[in-house]
Design a protein around this ligand. Structure first.
Ligand SMILES: Cc1cc2nc3c(=O)[nH]c(=O)nc-3n(C[C@H](O)[C@H](O)[C@H](O)COP(=O)(O)OP(=O)(O)OC[C@H]3O[C@@H](n4cnc5c(N)ncnc54)[C@H](O)[C@@H]3O)c2cc1C
Length: 427
């Protein structure tokens, strides 16, 4: 029968099913997700959703009709708890709800879960994480509640800063506590971090860098056995920052438990090759859960785990091809976006290993770009509030081209006209 089982019904899982149908596969496809919701987009959760601007239908990936039209069996609200494969590649998965699913082809698109902070007080009422729709559904009314005046965000990464911007926009007193010396330091250059620090502070967000948090504190519950509500976050130096609501955004942990059951290689994610095949050569995997060979032609090589919609979709296309026995190799220019209030950041390429940067435009205008170079060659860029320049840079990187640092630094030169294509680069 060639039944395909896809575990994890979100960006990567839906994309695999979609591409398999586009390529003419007519065998049964079962797409199963543990969340009660239909597959949805996560990016709006930390943006329009928690602002109260969106309804469930605004964030779903595909309608019920879409799945029905393609004869893709979508199962929601049931988690695969055990899975095993025999030597001939066939296997069985068993769900929490007692389903037994026999399969011939298997894709793991299990994503990641919010990293929990091992800190006293995280169980107080009013302490939130933000990874999935249920988190957002509980965070949105908590933010809308006028009596929640003080919001503390633990973690100055993208999700923390997006949430901080929304909370500030709702009139809250917002404090971001970041353990590192700069914001989003794992991903962007000092110039971009410094811009975001200034921009959030200008909008009235308090930002504490090098923050050392001792514990989250809260009031006693009025009812025995019930948990009290958060009242603040205490730093190691004894300072207490008042909080009616705390959002913890300190990264994610890839979901690898099923891969481990199958005996697949797992090292900071499910290890896959450029064809999105796991170490058994049969199972495919895509998205946030994978550790893969760096797909970026101008990258530093080695292995990488990317957390972005673009990566989930592109890698899923490769995984679908592999399931169908078609040769495919994942080579792609990564891109990403983050909307923090009125600040739209778009990132093209990967900046790992850069040796110099060019700042194009004046960051004080809140419309500028930071271009990253390695040995004089453009490898990535962070672009703030300038989608046209982002597109020009992304297009240059996709074509394997570059833009000279001198042209990049000169705002009177159009980036589009300054792209030098590969023949000229390699001449
Ligand atoms: C709040 C938020 C904002 C974001 N903003 C951006 C953004 O602006 N730009 C951007 O590019 N990216 C953004 N991202 C990241 C992006 O959403 C992810 O990279 C993308 O969703 C990854 O897709 P995925 O399918 O690999 O994994 P996931 O989206 O994590 O989906 C995996 C699914 O598998 C399910 N699952 C896991 N194990 C099992 C099991 N055993 N049985 C059944 N189901 C299982 C999970 O419940 C989950 O639904 C954001 C993420 C979050 C959380």
């Amino acid at each position: 029968m060639n039944v395909t089982l896809i575990v994890g019904a979100c960006q990567a899982g839906v994309q695999i099913a979609s591409v398999m149908r586009e390529r003419g596969d007519t065998a049964p496809i079962i797409l199963i997700g543990e969340e009660a919701h239909r597959p949805y987009q996560r990016p709006p959760l930390s943006k329009g959703w928690i602002k109260g601007e969106l309804q469930p239908d605004d964030v779903i990936l595909r309608t019920r009709e879409w799945f029905a039209d393609r004869d893709i069996e979508l199962v929601t609200g049931d988690r695969v708890v055990t899975v095993h494969r025999t030597a001939d590649g066939t296997g069985t998965a068993v769900t929490e709800g007692g389903r037994r699913i026999a399969f011939d082809r298997l894709a793991l698109t299990t994503g990641a879960s919010a990293r929990r902070l091992p800190l006293e007080g995280t169980d107080y009422h009013g302490v939130h994480y933000l990874r999935d729709a249920d988190h957002a559904i509980s965070l949105q009314p908590a933010l809308a509640d006028a009596s929640a005046k003080n919001v503390v965000v633990i973690g100055g990464g993208f999700i923390g800063l997006e949430t901080a911007a929304v909370a500030r926009g709702l009139g809250k007193n917002v404090t971001v506590l970041e353990a590192a010396p700069r914001l989003v330091g794992r991903v962007v250059a000092e110039e971009t971090s410094a811009f975001y620090l200034g921009a959030h502070r200008r909008r009235g967000v308090q930002v504490v860098l090098d923050a050392r948090i001792a514990r989250i504190i809260g009031g006693d519950a009025r009812v025995a056995g019930a948990q009290g509500s958060v009242t603040g976050v205490e730093l190691e130096d004894g300072t207490v920052i008042a909080a009616d609501l705390v959002l913890i955004g300190v990264g994610v942990i890839p979901r690898t438990e099923l891969a481990e059951q199958l005996g697949l290689d797992v090292e900071g994610g499910i290890v896959v090759d450029a064809a999105a095949r796991a170490s058994d050569g049969l199972t495919v995997s895509a998205g946030d859960c994978t550790m893969m060979p760096n797909p970026y032609p101008l990258g530093m090589g080695g292995s990488i785990r990317l957390e972005s919609v673009n990566n989930a979709l592109e890698q899923a296309k490769i995984a679908a091809a592999s399931l169908l026995g078609e040769p495919a190799e994942y080579r792609s220019v990564p891109w990403f976006w983050s909307d923090q209030g009125d600040l739209k950041l778009q990132i093209a390429g990967l900046s790992t290993g850069y040796d110099s940067v060019v700042v194009r435009g004046d960051p004080d205008t809140e419309k500028f770009a930071v271009l990253y170079y390695r040995e004089g060659r453009l490898i990535a860029a962070d672009v703030v509030n300038h989608p046209a320049e982002f597109l020009a840079i992304k297009s240059a990187l996709i074509k394997g081209g570059t833009i000279s640092p001198a042209a990049a630094a000169d705002v009177s030169t159009s980036l589009k006209s300054a792209i030098v294509l590969p023949d000229a680069v390699n001449a």
